[in-house]
Write a protein that binds this ligand. Sequence first.
Ligand code: BGP
Length: 482
Amino acid sequence: MSFPKGFLWGGATAANQCEGAWNLDGRGESVADHFTKGDRQTPRYFTREIDKNKCYPSHEAIDFYHHYKEDIGLFAEMGFNIYRMSISWSRLFPNGDEEAPNPQGVLFYKKVFMELKEKNIEPLVTISHYDIPYGIARKYGGWKNREFIDFYLNYCKTLFTEYRSLVKYWLTFNEINVLANGYGDIMAAGMLPKADCPMFYTEESPETKSNRFQALHHQFIASAKAVALGHEIEPDYKFGCMIAANLPYGYTCNPDDQLFAQREFNLKNYFCGDVLCRGEYTPMARRYSEEENISIMMEEGDGEILRKGAVDFYSFSYYMSSCVSADTGLEGSTGNMTEGIKNPYLETSDWGWQIDPKGLRYYLNEVYGRYHIPVMIVENGLGADDVWENGEICDTYRIAYMKSHIEQMHEAIKDGVELLGYTPWGCIDLVSLSTGEMKKRYGFIYVDKDNDGSGDLKRYKKKSFDWYKEVIASNGEKALGE
Ligand code: BGP
């Protein structure tokens, strides 16, 4: 009944959403430090200058920088054997284009990795999680500039050599496909607008679209080169791509809806997956680029670089599914940087994301069926407004969400999927990416900090903490029973 021996159970965070200490010990500004707080109704804003009258959640976040020992202690208490975290690039390279890293930054992550090692927790490190040094974004125009590849590789070289004996699993770019899916010019590509504007604002023109795909191409090359470099430095390193799972169901059995869904699935997952896992742009990607008038400048030799830098495993974030239809007049729904049509069979979270555990099994089968390489779920979870009642947070809704997803993971394993591990998102409460709030919580661990910035950052265990601990101790069995 349980999961395969050695299954990796843990949790996931990202530096800009948990670390804080944004200007300490030589760290430079990151693009993420320029996003203000929003909420479900109010978008986050990007401001070119830091405005003292505005709130920027990444500046303090949950102050993991000063609480890492305590937090890792709590992860160890739950029994984690893996912890997904990211490195703040500008903590190591304050502007991004320095030759040598900031020694205090190098030391900080060394201490974090040592702490994990002592607790027998394997780090899974995202090299770039929406966290680009502001200096190079401003000076070189972001990832559409090919020079970014060298800055990134210099950063990777530092990571791969400094932490050689401490890290084995690496992810090159978080949710790399957001660029292909029309999001993240500022956040994921560091292409800064001339004036302050909402974080997800994209002034769409043939030029901005081409810039986005150009930036994506450079990230593909950077990823492939990083994989090759990493394998050269340490053959035991394992690299994964990281894709935001996008699961669009055709709304009806009208063949037009089904074709639409298939095309969406391909473009939103396999466009990037094929380049990263197979080292090639598939014909479907080429047709799309032609139809959409997207021009991507490639250099001679790029094809070979991509082929030599294929990843070792496929990892993804999964929160929900959506529906699509050729009929445009249907009621819409929102989600993790995706839009679609409301599915009448599914419930939604308080933030409107459609909860679909069976979709996770479907997705696992799809991607494993295509690539035949091991798979890892590196984000999943329920963002909810947790409330204290009688001195505790009784998050049974989170337990139900996780249980239903773990059950479907187990089914997928029985289907034959080689699933390596599971690191649910925001294992400790942290800043929400899309809204910048603290109110949208994912954790097993509650952090005393509110939307208005009040709170003493004290950590508390929620009911889900003990439940997940039992899940891990039983290698999953606890989640499979009644
Ligand atoms: C993913 C990001 C994460 C994370 C998560 C949840 O897209 O990789 O950084 O935040 O979504 O999203 P949110 O924080 O908006 O609820």
